[in-house]
Design a protein around this ligand. Structure first.
Ligand code: ADP
Ligand code: ADP
Length: 241
């Protein structure tokens, strides 16, 4: 039973078809790497799954629950309501290329904010969870640092801890190392690799890091013009190392 299912999903911006009857099933715990040229719809796929974008046709379901609903009027799929989006974001965590941390909050505050506001966790419990997660991403010594006092790689690791604090079943990574100097990529990829091996998280990752995709992913999907052009295990696509 897939945890994430895209069925004939189409998304257009005006005349531009960004997702073209796209189908994708992701099994629980599966690690999927999404690779493809700029503009092929990779980011839109993740954003639609996160309900940050509406879709024009098709169905996206998480845990067998449809994400977007048909409006009764013209058969167009309408975007989820705000309350529905909050529910979705409790199941799905997303990390972006730009870290999007709150600049006026320290690392710890960044991580406790959403669980307290959205899940209604008490400060003590949220803090314990945040400290654990920040230690896991290697920032146990930097709880009180503000984003401006952290390197890009450290900020991105805070962003990962923040997404994990909501205890998502599915994690989405959208080119999370693209804004980082090469020497800082490694520390972020190491954290993602460890997450993947130690937790039964489902992961979808848009990346240009072919080597990482090959080594980390259960399945690699090549996007081209809003469709999955080719997909398979790294062995099937690249041969045995
Ligand atoms: P990728 O992640 O593969 O680079 P995207 O999903 O970001 O591709 O974008 C696919 C296409 O959709 C691009 O051509 C982009 O310019 C276009 N696009 C993305 N967002 C918008 C928007 N809000 N309005 C119009 N066009 C958009
Ligand atoms: P709400 O009305 O649920 O409080 P918003 O007014 O912010 O939320 O957005 C309404 C819906 O439009 C949301 O479900 C959101 O996902 C969707 N939405 C916001 N921006 C875009 C966009 N650029 N393209 C498509 N859908 C969008």
């Amino acid at each position: 039973q897939p945890i994430v299912r895209f069925t004939d999903v189409t998304k257009r911006y005006g005349n531009l078809t960004v997702l073209d009857k796209l189908n994708l099933d992701v099994a629980p715990g599966e690690k999927v790497a999404i690779i493809g040229p700029s503009g092929s719809g990779k980011s839109t796929l993740l954003r639609a799954l996160m309900t940050l974008e509406s879709i024009d046709e098709g169905l996206i379901a998480v845990d067998d629950e449809p994400l977007t609903h048909m409006s009764t009027r013209d058969g167009r799929l309408v975007p989820a309501s705000a309350s529905y989006q909050r529910k979705v974001r409790g199941k799905i965590g997303m990390v972006f290329q730009s870290f999007n941390l709150f600049p006026h909050m320290c690392a710890l505050q960044n991580v406790i904010e959403a669980p307290m506001q959205v899940l209604g966790l008490g400060r003590k419990e949220a803090t314990e969870r945040a400290e654990e997660l920040l230690a896991m991403v290697g920032l146990g010594e930097k709880l009180r640092h503000f984003p401006s006092q952290l390197s890009g790689g450290q900020q991105q690791r805070v962003a990962i801890a923040r997404a994990l604090a909501m205890r998502p079943k599915v994690m989405l990574f959208d080119e999370v190392t693209s804004a980082l100097d090469p020497e800082l990529c490694g520390e972020v990829l190491r954290v993602i690799r460890r997450l993947g091996s130690e937790h039964n998280l489902t992961m979808l990752m848009v990346t240009h890091q072919m080597g990482f995709a090959r080594e980390f992913a259960d399945r690699v999907c090549f996007f081209h013009q809003g469709r999955i052009h080719e997909q398979g295990t790294p062995e099937e696509l690249f041969g045995n190392p």
